[in-house]
Write a protein that binds this ligand. Structure first.
Ligand SMILES: Nc1nc2c(ncn2[C@@H]2O[C@H](COP(=O)(O)OP(=O)(O)OP(=O)(O)O)[C@@H](O)[C@H]2O)c(=O)[nH]1
Ligand SMILES: [Mg+2]
Length: 403
């Protein structure tokens, strides 16, 4: 539009605004996905073996499902040399765009972590939304966090993930806020955004410290009650919450989804011989846990430090159980928790047909086979737990205030 005289604009603003909104609405409708659910193509570009790539893809599918995304197609591309810009070759990427159009997909999820410039190149080339495994996990955590602490931790992890990625979103728009009073000296929109994000992270950190102090006090009460603490750890979806429920007759949320539990719960557990303990559920582990999340949830896992016994729950019906077991125990070691006595529990034995094979596995791994769901063999588990706990002579402890 040409410049207009201020005192006599001769312009029907209402009409202008309405027609613009009409145009926006028209564009929007084209982008909307039917049913309101995201549909995605999962992509893995890797030099790993076929079995590894497929197992990883299987887990990515589970993650997508847990986040409420419909998976339209899965593509595994195995290649020795990976294109640094797009991961896939340009030709393959064009095919992918076509496929996305055919399937009505507007989202690509990569199993590999993408750096900011890769996200940008692929988004520009395909005009599809592009996210990676880390973002997907962050998204699930964001959907599921319920406690104040959980929410703060997730938001912090998301902001930290976003921060380096803001750099590249700086375009012509960065100068929009220019002009007197509109900004600090020489500050662009991008810098303002980054500063805001950093400020927000700092504020969240303070809040988090506060929440933790309160929780520390609660834990203090518990410890003063003199009860030993048993912590349930294990890969996500292994059946940790189910075990807690069955052992303590409670009703924690159990779901066939990854990361059903984000907010750890504690319960009292009474042993047959008048021994009592506190038993706590924890956030599930996953292999290659995004580092921002590891940091964010480090403090939650930090609580494990106070445990007298770790129950490591392993889903024996999962074909990848050995890798999962290893991933969990490596993370425990990384957190310096490997010195706490640990009991391996092979859960979901009801799904295993071959009893001989099962017994062999248990023996080889020093594990107890149970079914948290139908209670199989829980008595021997309780006995084993009791044996490994420090005995608290009755009468020497004050009345527990925790419930
Ligand atoms: N068949 C069978 N299924 C089980 C058993 N234990 C748990 N499950 C199922 O496994 C799924 C996951 O159980 P959860 O207790 O939510 O697992 P979790 O380890 O707490 O998982 P997250 O909180 O997501 O990390 C649910 O669908 C349970 O019903 C078992 O012994 N046998
Ligand atoms: Mg759980």
């Amino acid at each position: 539009m040409d410049p207009l005289p201020v005192h006599d604009p001769k312009l029907d603003f209402l009409h202008l605004v309405q027609s613009l909104e009409g145009e926006f609405a028209g564009k929007q409708a084209l982008l909307e996905v039917k049913g309101g659910q995201d549909r995605a193509i999962l992509v893995s570009v890797t030099s790993a073996s076929r079995t590894e790539a497929e197992a990883s893809m299987e887990e990515l599918t589970e993650l997508a499902y847990s986040s409420g995304i419909a998976v339209a197609e899965r593509i595994i591309q195995r290649q020795q040399k990976i294109n640094p810009k797009y991961l896939l070759g340009r030709g393959k990427l064009s095919e992918l765009v076509l496929r996305a159009l055919q399937l009505g997909v507007d989202l690509l999820i990569f199993d590999q972590d993408l750096n900011p410039s890769q996200v940008r190149s692929i988004t520009d080339f395909t005009e599809l939304r592009v996210i990676d495994r880390t973002q997907l996990i962050l998204d699930i955590f964001a959907q599921r966090a319920k406690s104040r602490e959980g929410k703060i931790q997730v938001e912090m992890a998301q902001l930290k993930y976003m921060l380096p990625r803001l750099v590249l979103k700086d375009d012509a728009l960065s100068r929009l806020t220019g002009g007197i009073g509109g900004r600090g000296p020489g500050e662009t929109k991008l810098e303002i955004n980054r500063r805001r994000v950093r400020d927000r992270i700092a504020r969240l950190e303070k809040q988090l410290q506060q929440v933790r102090k309160q929780r520390g006090q609660r834990r203090g009460l518990r410890l003063r009650a003199g009860l030993p603490i048993i912590s349930i750890v294990g890969y996500t979806n292994a059946g940790k919450s189910t075990l807690l429920n069955t052992l303590t007759h409670s009703k924690e949320q159990v779901e066939d989804r990854l990361f059903a539990t984000l907010d750890p719960a504690s319960r009292r557990l009474r042993f047959p011989r008048d021994q009592e303990a506190i038993i706590t559920d924890t956030v599930g582990f996953i292999r290659d846990l995004p580092s921002d999340l590891k940091e964010a949830f480090g403090a939650t896992l930090e609580e494990l430090r106070h445990a007298d016994l770790l129950l490591h729950v392993i889903d024996i019906s999962n074909p990848m159980f050995e890798e999962q077991m290893k991933a969990v125990e490596e993370l425990l070691e990384e957190l310096d928790l490997h010195l706490i006595p640990m009991l391996r529990i092979f859960n979901k034995v009801d799904l295993v047909q071959d009893q001989g094979y099962l017994q062999n596995l248990c023996k080889r791994n020093g594990a107890i086979g149970v079914s948290a769901l139908n209670g199989d063999n829980l008595t021997s588990l309780v006995e084993a737990m009791e044996k490994r706990l420090p005995m608290v002579p009755t009468g020497s402890r004050s009345h527990p205030t925790f419930h």
